[in-house]
Design a protein around this ligand. Structure first.
Ligand code: G3P
Ligand code: CA
Length: 238
């Protein structure tokens, strides 16, 4: 059985401001095998790393990411009570890839295309990854499965995964029929019913999110999932 990989969810976001270079740097220091991050498009078409469609929850800005240019977004700072993280900015995808390129870190890019369409985000994201020559280290995922199909139209060899949390389909059959090699289910979905074994026997990559409790980390690692996606990579490593 191969070892379960540890992906830092929005970076080591249990300790540092989520989806920032600081959180990704800390994930590397804590021994994560990879990072998970979320992408949106700015008004001027730049791919930026932030979870929400709006700035309100995580920064001192207000309103939608897509209504600001990159230059305008860079003026905002993350909300923070920890002195060393004061003034931390929203990074671009390229800046994050620059940070991890000289490591062996994998990168799970989640396309946040559930609420806004973000015309062209799939093409732009693939181009950034290809320019960095990091195709072999990137996994694309999304709750918007059409976005994943658009990724595959651009690059048939791209490593892709469907994100999901509800039981609406036979996910393993659906993934195989649509050329997708990975399933990224929510912890609560796996606990709700007996899906884990089915997914593990499917031949697809199974990466579970968000696994923050020690007992869940142990349970999923013992079961042999391909990855746990966690806010606490150091705990998972222990
Ligand atoms: O990629 C797994 C997980 O990040 C999906 O949910 O809301 O944390 O982006 P969310
Ligand atoms: Ca995410």
């Amino acid at each position: 059985m191969s070892m379960t990989e540890i992906f830092a969810h929005r970076g080591a976001s249990g300790y540092a401001p989520e989806n920032t270079l600081e959180a990704f740097r800390l994930a590397m220091e804590q021994g994560a095998d990879g990072i998970e991050l979320d992408v949106h498009l700015t008004k001027d078409g730049e791919v930026v790393v932030i979870h929400d469609e709006t700035l309100n929850r995580t920064s001192d800005g207000q309103g939608k990411v897509r209504d600001y240019t990159l230059e305008e977004l860079k003026k905002f700072s993350f909300h923070n009570h920890i002195e060393k993280y004061k003034g931390v900015q929203i990074p671009t995808l390229k800046e994050v890839l620059d940070l991890v390129e000289n490591s062996s870190m994998k990168v799970n890019i989640e396309l946040k295309t559930g609420i806004y369409w973000y015309e062209g985000i799939e093409e732009k994201t693939i181009e950034i990854v290809k320019n960095k020559k990091m195709e072999d280290r990137v996994i694309y995922s999304s709750f918007n499965h059409y976005s994943i199909q658009k990724i595959l139209e651009q690059d048939i060899h791209a490593e892709t995964a469907y994100l999901f949390s509800d039981v609406t389909l036979n996910m393993e059959k659906y993934a195989k029929e649509t050329g997708v090699k990975g399933l990224h289910p929510a912890v609560y979905h796996l606990k709700m019913a007996d899906f884990l074994e089915t997914y593990l026997n499917s031949g697809l990559k199974v990466r579970v999110w968000t696994v923050n409790k020690k007992e869940d980390m142990k349970m999923f690692m013992d079961a042999g999932v391909d990855a746990v996606i966690t806010n606490y990579p150091d705990l998972a490593r222990k």
